[in-house]
Structures are given as structure tokens and as C-alpha cells.
Design a protein around this ligand. Structure first.
Ligand SMILES: *Cc1c(COP(=O)(O)O)cnc(C)c1O
Length: 412
């Protein structure tokens, strides 16, 4: 987002005009930013053997999937529905990695029928998989190295009590099952959680995975998951992917030499690719002065962006309608009958009723976590692509909310 002549723009498209045309609240995504984040990863981890699998639970609008497909990115999905959306967006099944957690074996079978790569995350499924398919279908195994990383306890996946992956301490048992059931393991995977702050954490996990890899003879790839952190506010430490890229590349090449074969190196970032590209544009309904606080009440809430309330996440908020207004302190809240605060004690250029605010870093886990609480419609989505604002999802209507309700005779 740029500020030119007191107008906030994305690729020279005025954000005010986007809200005028498509209404508010609206999620606006900058395709250029998505692509430049993808390119930054590609250049930080050079080589044809590196595959980026976009973790689409962060933002799964079909057009965003098509955008990433158009530049050669792969896909990481966590449900059969995401897999089906990926295929609709044009991904070949073999470009899709299916990394579900605690799903039924039925769902795994559906994934196999689609032809996508299965990432197995518990011993029970590994046994059933081996029993059903032996070595006829290759698979990946998700190991949990118990490296603790991640910004908020809800997004940590590596700790000892985590439900994700198969504990590295169960490796002996995994190997027994693999051997007895003759399972062809072509990939090893770890994902230690979102918001990894330093390369050392990554590398510690990597060493454990390399160690384990020596026990698997059919490997074709190692998948280091994600956790690349982006900046939510000034002074935030972000994952230095350039530095991480250098460190991992050297170590990975060494490992491949020891292993005896050149393997592929996979990553599956979600947030890193789309977070900063997205803005939730909301309109100010009321300014409400109480004895203690000046509230700015907007036409959106935790039903549209749950991260502040759910993860205590900080999202920068700016007033795009009054860039020269005198800065004042506000608490920005939603319209849901529930405490739904977007930001406490924030300094914004003077806010007036009717102004548009932009909530930043809303590309990841924004729309995909939105819901219809209070019977509110989910927002529309706009993708600014090649200098033009394109509506990529309509705002919902009352019919959408009622579509699956079965009306039965009551009281007649
Ligand atoms: C959610 C998830 C990701 C993406 O995490 P980000 O923090 O958004 O990059 C990657 N891999 C798996 C298996 C996931 O569940």
C-alpha cells in the first residue's frame, strides 16, 4: 500500500475507489506482493530441487491459488476440500501435499484417489495405510521433533503435548511398521508451528530430521514445513529468509552427500506469502466516547478477522480517509455482540464517522477464518492484479445464510 497525494493506493489503484465500487467491509489483496514474497523465497532457497508448497489454509480463494499456480508454486492442503479446490484451480495432483491432522482413514483414501501426496501424522493411520496399500502408494511421514517455536501457544505445534505429527521418540516403532508393512516412505516432514523467530530453531529441527532420514532408504524429499514470520508491527523481528536460505542450503547439500542422493527440499509457507498482501477495509459506523475511552466502532468484527481476539494478534490499523488528520488515540472495535476489539489504544489520524480504516496484514487467516456469527455476511474479496481491482468473491446475502436450513412445519 502506498500513499500518493494523500490517497492510499495498491498498484496505483485508489483504495477508496475499491470500497466505493465493492462496498465495505472488503478484503483487498495485492497480487504483486503475493508474487514478490514467493520470489523472495525462491531466491533465498535457490535451485530446481527446492519446491514451495503454498499452505492454502491461510487464504484459499481460487484466484489466489491460480495466481500461485501460474508462477510454478505447489500446494499444501489440510483437508480433502482444500485438495479439491486446488485441483479446480489447476494444480496437478502430484503438486499437492495433503497434510491433515486427526482425519479419518476414509479421508486419506479420498486423497489417494485424487492422486495427491499423503503426509501421515499418526501411527494409527500409518498402520492402516500400510495394511491397505503396502508399497503401492508412496507416502510422507510427519515427524514432530519437539522443537518449541511459535508466537502464541495456540500456534505452537512442536511442543511435547502437541497433537501434530508422530513424535521423534516413536521413530523406532515407525520404522518397525514401515518395515513390516513394506511402506514406501518418500518424504519426511516437520512443521514446528507459526512464527519462528530465528534460524537456529529451524536448524535444530532440521538436524533431527536429517538424523531420522538415514533410516529411510526411499526418500525423495525432505519437507521443512513453515513458520516463516512476517512483521505485524514496527520493530517486530521477522524470519530472515535470506540468511536462513544460506544456512539451510549449505547444510542440506551436505546431508544429501551423506545420504548418497540429491533430494528435493520442500517448504510450505502460508502466512509469509499472503499475510502482508492483504488488507481488511472497514468503515467507521460510530465514534463513541465513554468516560475512559474513545471507541471507533466499525462495520466488521471478530467474525471477519478473528486473530486479534483469538491469538491476541497485533494488526496495524490506519485511517485511509484522513491521512493528514491530527493523530489521536482510539480503541477500534467491531459490531459483534461480544467483545471484539481490533486494536487497543491506537494512534490514528483523526477518525470521523464514515472514514475507511485499513487493517493490515490481513491476508493470512483472515477470510479463511471468517464466520457468520450474529448472522453477518462474510466480506467480499478483491484482488488487485495487473493494475486492476477484480472482485474475486461476492459479499454474502441472506439467501447464503439460509441456504442449508430445512424449513419444517412448526406450530401449524
Ligand atoms: C498451517 C500450516 C502451514 C503454514 O503455516 P504458516 O505459519 O501460515 O506459514 C504449513 N504447514 C502445515 C502442515 C500447516 O498446517
Amino acid at each position: 500500500m502506498d500513499l500518493n497525494n494523500n490517497r492510499y493506493t495498491i498498484q496505483n489503484v485508489d483504495i477508496q475507489s475499491i470500497a466505493d465500487e465493492f462496498g465495505s467491509p472488503v478484503y483487498v489483496y495485492d497480487a504483486d506482493k503475493i508474487l514478490s514474497q514467493y520470489q523472495l523465497l525462491k531466491t533465498s532457497f535457490p535451485g530446481d530441487h527446492v519446491k514451495i508448497k503454498y499452505a492454502c489454509k491461510a487464504l484459499n480463494n481460487l484466484n489466489v491459488l491460480k495466481l500461485l499456480k501460474s508462477v510454478g508454486c505447489g500446494l499444501d492442503v489440510v483437508s480433502i476440500q482444500e485438495a479439491e479446490m486446488g485441483i479446480r484451480a489447476g494444480f496437478a495432483p502430484n503438486e499437492i501435499l495433503f497434510t491433515p491432522n486427526c482425519v479419518s482413514f476414509e479421508e486419506i483414501k479420498m486423497g489417494i484417489e485424487l492422486g495427491i501426496t499423503i503426509n501421515i501424522d499418526n501411527i494409527s493411520i500409518l498402520e492402516q495405510f500400510g495394511h491397505a496399500y503396502g508399497n503401492t502408494i508412496p507416502c510422507c511421514i510427519r515427524l514432530n521433533p519437539h522443537i518449541v517455536a511459535g508466537g502464541n501457544v495456540h500456534i505452537q505445534t512442536g511442543h511435547i503435548d502437541s497433537k501434530f505429527g508422530i513424535s521423534i521418540y516413536q521413530l523406532r516403532h515407525v520404522l518397525r511398521i514401515v518395515e513390516k508393512e513394506n511402506i514406501k516412505v518418500t518424504g519426511l516432514h516437520m512443521h514446528t508451528g507459526s512464527d519462528i523467530l530465528d534460524s537456529d530453531v529451524f536448524l535444530r529441527g532440521a538436524e533431527l530430521l536429517f538424523d531420522a532420514a538415514n533410516d529411510f532408504k526411499d526418500l525423495e524429499f525432505i519437507d521443512f514445513g513453515s513458520g516463516f514470520k512476517v512483521s505485524y508491527k514496527d520493530g517486530d523481528i521477522t524470519t530472515d529468509v535470506v540468511e536462513l536460505g544460506k544456512a539451510i542450503t549449505i547444510r542440506f547439500n551436505q546431508f544429501c552427500q551423506d545420504y548418497g542422493r540429491k533430494l528435493e527440499l520442500w517448504f510450505e509457507p502460508g502466512k509469509f506469502i499472503v499475510s502482508e498482501a492483504g488488507y481488511l477495509i472497514v468503515k467507521v459506523n460510530v465514534i463513541k466516547q465513554t468516560t475512559a475511552t474513545v471507541f471507533v466502532g466499525v462495520d466488521s468484527g471478530q467474525n471477519h478477522l478473528i486473530r486479534p481476539m483469538f491469538y491476541d494478534a497485533f494488526h496495524d490499523i490506519i485511517n485511509i480517509s484522513n491521512p493528514l488528520g491530527t493523530p489521536r488515540i482510539y480503541t477500534i472495535v467491531g459490531y459483534i455482540c461480544e467483545t471484539d476489539t481490533f486494536g487497543w489504544d491506537r494512534k490514528l489520524n483523526e477518525v470521523r464517522e464514515g472514514d475507511l480504516l485499513a487493517i493490515k496484514n490481513a491476508g493470512a487467516y483472515g477470510y479463511t477464518m471468517a464466520n457468520n456469527y450474529n448472522a453477518r455476511y462474510r466480506p467480499s474479496e478483491v484482488l488487485v492484479y495487473r493494475g486492476k481491482a477484480n472482485l474475486i468473491r461476492q459479499r454474502e446475502t441472506l439467501e447464503d445464510l439460509l441456504r442449508n436450513v430445512v424449513d419444517i412445519p412448526i406450530g401449524d
